[in-house]
Design a protein. Structure first.
Length: 524
């Protein structure tokens, strides 16, 4: 098959799969694919996004895939370009996102020779389904990534009349084989990790059980507790739990992991890939749970009362603290700024955990979307994921909320050429000049203070405003107390709002919150 025919076939297959967008990074070997993508864009069939940095291109496609649920291709040339897709492919693999890497390759006969830009591309992403022909993508699912490697031979430019039409029909089958009916009885809590969907909230409501939902679970709504993760540090509650209904991928706290490691009945909607510890004999993996009737003991009321008390205590710590509580004020302001139908993409490290400490549940049915790359919790690619999510979903307002290192690590996400689709997205950077998360972990203990700044905190002193200027992105530097007003102003462009926050009192802040909540020590 000629390279142009492969490119035509690719677009036709993508249309069959219902793809809406295609991300392309430049290159010669991938030229026919790029030309086909540009033609499909010109015909209004696919929206094309061009990026020069393949790592960011892949995270951009990932962001689109995460909010649309549709197969989203990222197209690269051969060689190191392919390897740059790996971080996003791994995140897609561990968060079941339908990211499709389409990599141009030299003809196989050149492999193992000194031919330019030629390496072993098949199987370069272990664990990711591999295809070497466009026909294969008809068999794709929307539950994870795939790698399509196309050996393209010359000529790489031909006069082509790009006429596209979908090939055949695609009917993804969603099967719910394993539905477990559960009765009230055992004292139950519902844990909602990343990407739980609203099912966790619905199950908690049906059973009248406490709901502890991570910010990106999709279930931090309605009855979800505000201080759920803190309550898991309270022995008088947590030690009495007899059963857990677990949804999504829980990664934020050791207290959650400890609960899911206990020798009690645990029902996890999903499989081992989203369950954070090796499953013991009392863990069952199911596709769905149906709750037969409601728990009418006072179990939920106990959790709600404790939640109210702990949330008030946390609020008073924040209120009475000085600037050391600014990171939590930033988190609260960002959460409060997301309107109904709004979007929030949250970075790893403290931003997601700070939200988890202070974010009250949103009302049910207002369709906010909160996205986080919790598959592998990387700090890479977050800006591009946010740009992709903002472009992939029509939102009333779109925000990203990241730490400074996360921002700097993925700052090439701001490199968007003129004429490319550009999102209305406000990126809030909590800048504490380094990684503050380590201060509250083991490494941050005073006895390890030697070298802590250099090898863990890693301050950079980078000038975020100057960086934004280089990318032509508007930038403001504001105080934590001014942030609510700044976020209330609607933005019709990509913009960066930098909030300087202190890092040196992080450990003390965690300790103060733990003390006021009467928690077991050293829960993160
Ligand atoms: C790609 C990648 N490299 C390294 C890490 C380890 N890591 C976790 S948090 C963190 C620091 C993040 O700093 P920042 O974004 O400023 O957030 P803060 O901790 O200050 O809230 C690092 C390096 C990671 N998660 N992902
Ligand atoms: Mg930081």
């Amino acid at each position: 098959m000629s390279a142009s025919a492969a490119a035509l076939g690719l677009v036709n297959r993508l249309l069959t799969l219902g793809a809406t967008d295609i991300v392309v990074a430049p290159g010669s070997r991938s030229g026919p694919l790029a030309r086909a993508a540009a033609a499909a864009d010109a015909q209004g069939l696919l929206r094309l996004h061009v990026r020069v940095d393949e790592r960011e291109a892949a995270f951009l496609a990932l962001g689109i895939a995460k909010v649309t649920g549709r197969v989203t291709p990222v197209v690269t040339t051969s060689g190191t370009a392919v390897a740059n897709l790996h971080p996003a492919m791994l995140e897609a693999l561990h968060s079941n996102a339908p990211l499709l890497a389409v990599t141009a390759d030299r003809p196989g006969r050149l492999r193992g020779t000194g031919a330019n830009q030629t390496t072993v591309q098949p199987g370069i992403f272990p664990g990711v389904p591999f295809l070497d022909a466009v026909e294969g993508i008809g068999g794709l699912t929307v539950n994870g990534p795939a790698h399509l490697n196309l050996e393209l031979d010359e000529p790489l430019t031909e006069a082509v009349d790009w006429r596209f039409e979908p090939v055949g029909a695609w009917d993804p089958i969603f099967r719910l084989d394993d539905v477990l009916n559960v009765e009230p009885g055992p004292r139950t809590v519902v844990i909602a990790g990343d990407r739980s969907s609203r099912r966790a909230r619905q199950v908690a409501e049906a059973g009248n059980w406490p709901l502890i939902a991570e910010p990106s679970s999709g279930s931090r709504t309605g009855p979800a507790l505000t201080s759920g993760r803190l309550l898991l540090g309270r022995p008088e509650l947590v030690d009495r739990v007899e059963r857990v209904m677990s949804f999504g991928h829980s990664t934020l706290g050791r207290a959650t992991t400890a609960l899911l490691s206990r020798d009690i009945e645990i029902v996890h909607v999903g499989d081992q890939s989203t369950f954070p510890v090796p499953a013991g004999p009392r863990v069952s993996f199911v596709d769905e749970v149906e709750v037969e009737s409601t728990d009418d003991s006072g179990w939920l009321a106990e959790w709600q009362a404790a939640d109210a008390a702990v949330s008030t205590a946390v609020a008073s710590v924040i209120e009475s603290a000085g600037a050391e509580a600014d990171p939590l004020r930033v988190a609260a302001s960002v959460w409060a700024a997301v309107p109904p139908e709004g979007l929030l993409v949250v970075g790893a490290s403290n931003p997601i955990r700070d939200l988890d400490l202070v974010a009250p549940a949103f009302p049910v049915g207002e369709r906010r979307k909160v996205v986080a790359n919790r598959g592998l919790a990387g700090i890479d690619g977050t800006l591009s994921t946010a740009v992709g999510a903002a472009l992939g979903r029509s939102s009333s307002a779109a925000f990203a909320y990241v730490g400074d290192l996360t921002f700097l690590h993925g700052s090439n996400g701001l490199l968007i050429g003129p004429g490319e689709p550009r999102p209305d997205l406000t990126i809030v950077v909590a800048n504490d000049d380094g990684g503050s998360i380590f201060a509250a972990l083991e490494q941050g203990a005073p006895e390890y203070a030697d070298g802590f700044e250099r090898v863990f905190a890693t301050p950079t002193g980078a000038n975020i405003g100057a960086l934004c200027q280089a990318f032509g992105v508007p930038h403001e530097r504001v105080t934590a107390s001014d942030l609510p007003d700044v976020l209330a102003k609607t933005s019709t462009d990509l913009r960066v709002v930098e909030v300087p926050v202190p890092r040196d009192a992080r450990r003390e802040l965690s300790a103060a919150i733990a003390a006021v909540c009467a928690l077991r020590p050293m829960e993160d």
